[in-house]
Each structure stands twice: as C-alpha cells, then as structure tokens.
Design a protein around this ligand. Sequence first.
Ligand code: NAD
Ligand code: DAU
Length: 339
Amino acid sequence: MKWLVTGGAGFIGSNFIFYLLEKYPEDQIVCLDKLTYAGNLETLEKVMQNPNFTFVKGDIADRPAVYALFEQEHPDVVVNFAAESHVDRSVVDPGIFLQTNILGTGVLMDACRKYGIQRYHQVSTDEVYGDLPLDRPDLFFTEQTPIHTSSPYSASKASADLLVQAYHRTFGLPISISRCSNNYGPYHFPEKLIPLMIANALNDKPLPVYGTGENVRDWLYVTDHCAAIDLIVRRGRDGEVYNIGGHNERTNLEVVKTILKALGKPESLIRFVTDRPGHDMRYAIDPTKIHEELGWLPTTPFDEGIQKTIRWYLDNKPWWEHIISGDYQNYYEKMYGNR
Ligand code: NAD
Ligand code: DAU
C-alpha cells in the first residue's frame, strides 16, 4: 500500500510515519509537508534514508504542486495531518488557519477525486465539539454531539470536516474522519502545554498557566492515536466519523504539578497568567464507537505516558533546544511578553 501522509514533519504525523514503517515494512510512504515553523526535518532524520520513505516539501493548498505529486506517486490512501494546529496562534492570526486547514483540505480532496483513491482520511479534533462544563462530569463528546466551535482554529477544523462529509455525499469520495483528544509524547512542539512546561521547568523558567488552571483536557499518548487512525483507514466504515480518546482527564494544574514533581522542581515556578480568549473549559471523549466497531483501546495510561514523555525530553534535549534557540524565541516573547 502507498500512503500519502501530509504534515508528517509535525508531532503526530511523524509519529504516525514511524508507526507505519515499523508495523508495515513493505508499505511505501510519501510525506508532503510545507515545513512551517511546526515542521521539523530533524524529527524525520532517522527515516530519511529508508527506501520506502520519500519526503516532499510542499503546501497542501498549492493545487498544481499537489496534482503533480498525485500524478507521480498515485497514492492508495491519503492521511491528512497537515494543519495549523495551535489555538493561541489562531487567536493572533486566523487567516493562515483558513488557508491551510480549509482550502488545503479542499485541494487534497480534489486531487483524490481526479486521480482516484481508496480512502481519504481527515485527522480532526475533539475541539470541533466545543467544550463541556466542569460541573457535569457525566457528559462526554460522542459522534452525535453537535459541532460548536470556540476558536478560529477549531472553526477551521470543523469547516474542513463539513467539507470532507460534503465530498463524500456529493461526489462519493471514500472518506473517514477521526476526532481525537489532546495528544502528548515524543516530538511534541514546545509551544503546547506539556512540552512547554517540561522545557521551562528544566530551564528553571516560569510555567505560564492560563487563568486558574482548572481547565480539563483528555490526554492520549500519541502512539495510541496512530494505532486508531491505522485501524480506521483499514477497517473503518466509509463516510464515518470516529472519536478517539482514552478517559485520561486531568486539569492543567494537575498536569503541570506532575511534571514539576517528576523533575524535582518547585511549584513556585508556576505563574498564573491572563487566560486564553474563548478558552474551552473541558474536553472529554466517549470512545465507545471505535471500541465496539474496531476493537480499539488505548494501551498507555496517563501516569505511565507522562513519565515516558518526560524521560524522552530529558534524553532528547538537542531536539527541543534547537527549536527554542530559533524563531520560537520571538514567538515566545510575543505570546508571553505582556502576560
Ligand atoms: P503540528 O503543528 O505539530 O504539525 C503540523 C504539520 O503540518 C507541520 O509539520 C507543518 O509543517 C505541516 N503543515 C502546516 N501547514 C501545511 C501546509 N499548508 N501544507 C503542508 N504541510 C503543512 O500538528 P500536530 O499536533 O501534529 O497535529 C496534526 C493534526 O492532528 C492536525 O490536523 C491537528 O488539527 C490534529 N490534532 C492534533 C491533536 C493534538 O493534540 N496535537 C489532537 C487532535 C487532532
Ligand atoms: O483537543 C485536541 C487539541 O489539543 C488539538 O486539536 C490542538 O491541535 C492541540 O494544540 C490541542 O489544543 P489545546 O488548546 O487543548 O492544547 P494546548 O497545549 O495549547 O493547551 C492545553 C491546555 O493548557 C489548554 O487548556 C490551555 C492551557 N495552556 C496552554 C499553554 C500553551 C496553559 O495553561 N499555558 C500554556 O502556556
């Protein structure tokens, strides 16, 4: 099978490529990535020489380039990870989120229609469901939960989902969509909560917690997400949406304190800063459908996964130090300078 994996130089896409190459050594993988600030070729270094892996630098919204790639490679399956993925950036500059996340998705699906495909898979997010109240722990997102977005990021992801479903109904394009909760693990860009807090703690810098730190996220170890996508692409029903999550809810403050404790750093490093505009309170996934239809279950509980992740950041300092010493520093000042 030949896979086109877009956004494969980012966090989840790169982990997905490693997962595929290990599990299906006979499969071929083409990675299309624009190498935005979030794309990092250092991440893919260990697979660049693999004869079954090809890296192509390009933009999913660049129609001629995408068509030329399909013409040359004729992938059997497309898994679209490519996106602007950081909520805070979408508050500062929504435009690129609309361009990549919505228009780019449209271009990819047009190419799938033109050249033929066995399955187009859209990697979506639980953020399309909006948020749940903190005082209703009995509520979870199911696939029937109405779309109700909060940020330009989540609105762009929801728009893409609607477009994917429209291409299925109108043109009969074979598609699937997965909506996953917050991922964590190796190669997570240090602008997101967990890697940012690990890096700051190791550098004895303040840990910026938005608002009161009571917001809840439902954390999933990245390899469990990769396994779920693989299952959906191979065995999931055409046209369906599958939620992915492992019932690992934690408040942000709990996560931050866990990291400080594991690193032997004091809680006095915590700084409560101005809240994120439109900040979602709680995400929580009901994964019954993917479990009952495809037999998927997460294998890494949060308490184990967070220790593995902290260990990875300790063992791979050059990876995140290279990022922090570059453009990221300016971004950090812009985001946190006035908080
Ligand atoms: P990331 O920001 O780490 O990586 C995104 C990758 O996409 C980067 O390599 C970047 O260079 C590439 N990219 C951006 N714009 C592009 C374009 N126009 N053309 C080609 N490549 C482009 O993101 P991530 O956290 O790995 O998320 C991957 C996908 O999973 C996204 O679609 C995101 O919405 C979704 N998702 C993420 C999470 C999470 O917790 N991180 C959870 C659920 C769903
Ligand atoms: O739920 C899936 C989503 O998870 C994905 O669709 C997004 O691509 C991904 O970025 C992630 O979104 P979040 O906004 O939940 O992740 P983030 O790591 O930015 O923030 C997690 C929580 O931590 C959130 O409540 C905001 C808070 N936070 C974040 C940062 C960066 C802080 O308190 N301080 C921070 O510095």
